[in-house]
Ligand binder design. Sequence first.
Ligand SMILES: Cc1cc2nc3c(=O)[nH]c(=O)nc-3n(C[C@H](O)[C@H](O)[C@H](O)COP(=O)(O)O)c2cc1C
Length: 277
Amino acid sequence: MVHKENEIQPVADTGRPTAWRCTVCGFVFHGEKPPKGCPVCHSPTPEFIRDGQRAPLTYEGEPFDVLLINGSTHRAGNTGHMADLAEEILREQGIAYRRYNLSEHTIDYCWCCYAVRAESCTYPCRNKNDDMPAFHRMLEASKAVIIVSPINWNSMSVRLKAFLDRTTCMENLYHLKKPGHTEGKIAGILVQGHEDGAIKTAMDIWLNFEQMGYILAPFGIGFRTHGSEFNSSTDREFFRNDDFIVRQAKGVTSNVITLMKEGLEERLKGRLVPVTE
Ligand SMILES: Cc1cc2nc3c(=O)[nH]c(=O)nc-3n(C[C@H](O)[C@H](O)[C@H](O)COP(=O)(O)O)c2cc1C
């Protein structure tokens, strides 16, 4: 089983106190342990990771089953909790998976070469300066994706939007009538937020994968919102004591695994007609 949460190299031991970086705002703290919350953005302690030389994300090419993406600004917030629940099922079922929290990675905005000329948008992507080339290769190598997102203004987080924009070069292969790498793969989508926009957020995410030839797992969208009686100060406790979010996250993950095991990607090879815009 493959499970890699991130591949940031910790700094070499210099005898100095460990440097801890807040993955939300970038504040760096020196000490044996991360601080009790970030003094700059007020994020809680779990948002801190060891700071170090940030080598670009690499991927050595070993195929695996499921790519699990936490698209939140917070690696360990409510979206992170939903991703943890998905991970429980992946582990229980012995699935080879990799989880990435986008807040720990550098993903530039899309250069939108496609908007200049469809042929100018090439795969591999022209922008090789960040972590996205490794994610492209992992999308190619995995059989399924599970995307987890918070609702931000009735849609996905901006980090996830940047990630999805950067898949344009994979989608564009079909548009250019070149062999693609993603048709027949399976997708599952998990969303959480306060009150509005969960379905729209899920559909915004899904439309991206649909254009890459992914198949949405049956009952492949799960979401959980709460009413106005909860707010950002109380919602962490709400989500962590909520059975409904457990059923949503674990159910979708299980359905992704079940469909993935049907081997549709192999069986559909060469038989699909790409319909893209
Ligand atoms: C910029 C911003 C916009 C938001 N917009 C919405 C929204 O449209 N609908 C909603 O239900 N919640 C909205 N929320 C609330 C978040 O979805 C909620 O706080 C979520 O639990 C955050 O997930 P996280 O802990 O992974 O960051 C918004 C939060 C932020 C910061």
